[in-house]
Design a protein around this ligand. Structure first.
Ligand code: NAD
Ligand code: DAU
Length: 334
């Protein structure tokens, strides 16, 4: 099976490409990635010359490029997106262009070339916040940030291509991921790398916000199963029902690193900050038999060690080279 993966140089996309190449000997992957500040070919080192892997640098909002690549494959697994909530608050433009327009152009291309699958990778954030209980797939969407609103828009567009044109679209909505190769703007890698440098670790608001943390390899395996056995037109929640407060997560990281709690610095809250994300993954468990196979306590320790053992990786992305690239793209410093 020949697959076009978009955003494969990012955190989850690169983990997914490695996972698929290792576990599916028949897959051939074309990775289309624009290499924004979040895309990093170091995430795929060792795969460059792999006979079943090809990299193409480009924008998913470039219609002719997308058409040319879609012609070559039967399946798209679509990760490419602007993904950081804080950036979407400061500058939503790229979120609308990539997440909405980019997704639209990929759907059009998949329709034109009669693809057999379109896996749209989405997020639990589209349901919005929930203090108690868990959202199932049929829950109404109530996104809070420009990021989650752009993802909700793209989910609905994707599902409309199933209803209107019969394109075999499947939408997955996953909770917060953590693991190797995550850009250190997100809470867990930011906390680990700041603590390793003895810098203050910022906690927004009262730190009692809750997220359901899922190890990235569990997410990748869920997508692999959805790709093989998921039902077209369906939405699958992917999560571990392991919600934790941010402050508890930070204390655990500091404990693993043997760093003092005095590094924690309470800062201003994020505007529109969702209190808790919570999804019910019962459908994917019942239909496909997927369940997370990594325990948080074990996988977070493995993750902390990975960043500890790969300082060159995160120092480069936190370096002047990255800052320069960021400024070129966004016109401001991060
Ligand atoms: P990321 O920010 O690490 O990577 C995004 C990738 O997309 C980068 O490689 C970037 O270069 C690429 N990209 C951005 N704009 C592009 C464009 N216009 N054309 C081509 N490539 C472009 O993101 P991530 O955390 O790996 O998330 C991947 C997907 O999973 C996203 O769709 C996100 O919404 C979803 N998701 C993420 C999480 C999470 O916890 N990180 C949870 C649930 C869902
Ligand atoms: O739920 C899935 C989503 O998870 C994905 O769709 C998004 O792409 C991904 O970025 C993530 O969104 P969050 O906003 O939940 O992740 P983030 O790592 O930015 O923040 C996690 C929590 O930690 C949130 O409550 C805000 C808080 N936070 C974050 C940072 C970066 C802090 O307290 N301090 C920080 O410095």
């Amino acid at each position: 099976m020949k697959i076009l993966v978009t955003g494969g140089a990012g955190f989850i996309g690169s983990n997914f490409i490695r996972h698929l190449i290792e576990n599916d000997p028949l897959c051939h992957i074309i990775n289309l990635d624009q290499l924004t500040y979040a895309g990093n070919l170091d995430n795929l080192s060792g795969l460059d010359a792999h006979p079943r892997y090809q990299f193409v640098r480009g924008d998913i909002a470039d219609r002719s490029l997308v058409d040319a690549l879609a012609r070559e494959v039967a399946v798209i697994v679509h990760f490419a997106a602007e993904t950081h909530v804080d950036r979407s608050i400061v500058n939503p433009d790229a979120f609308i262009k990539t997440n909405v327009m980019g997704t639209y152009l990929l759907l059009e291309a998949a329709k034109k070339f009669n693809h057999s699958r379109f896996i749209h990778i989405s997020t639990d954030e589209v349901y919005g916040s929930r203090e108690k209980g868990y959202y199932e797939e049929g829950a109404p969407l109530s996104p809070s940030s420009p990021y989650s609103a752009s993802k909700a828009a793209s989910d609905l567009l994707a599902l409309s291509y199933y209803k209107t044109y019969g394109l075999p679209v499947i939408v997955t909505r996953c909770s917060n991921n953590y693991g190797p190769y995550q850009f250190p703007e997100k809470l867990i890698p930011l906390a680990i790398t700041h603590a390793l440098e003895d810098k203050p670790v910022p906690i927004y608001g009262d730190g009692r916000y809750m997220r359901d943390w899922l190890y990235v390899v569990d997410h990748c395996e869920a997508i692999r199963q959805v790709l093989r056995e998921g039902r077209p037109g369906e939405i699958y929640n992917i999560g571990g029902q392991g919600d934790k407060t941010n402050i508890d997560v930070i204390h655990l990281i500091l404990e693993i690193l043997k760093k003092p709690a005095s590094l924690i610095q309470y800062v201003k809250d994020r505007p529109g900050h969702d209190r808790r994300y919570a999804i019910d993954p019962g459908k994917i468990a019942a239909e496909l038999g997927w369940r997370p196979s990594h325990q948080f306590d074990v996988a977070i320790e493995h993750t902390v060690r990975w960043y500890q053992e790969h300082p060159a990786w995160w120092k480069r992305v936190k370096s002047g080279e990255y800052l320069e690239m960021y400024e070129k793209i966004y016109g401001v410093s991060p």
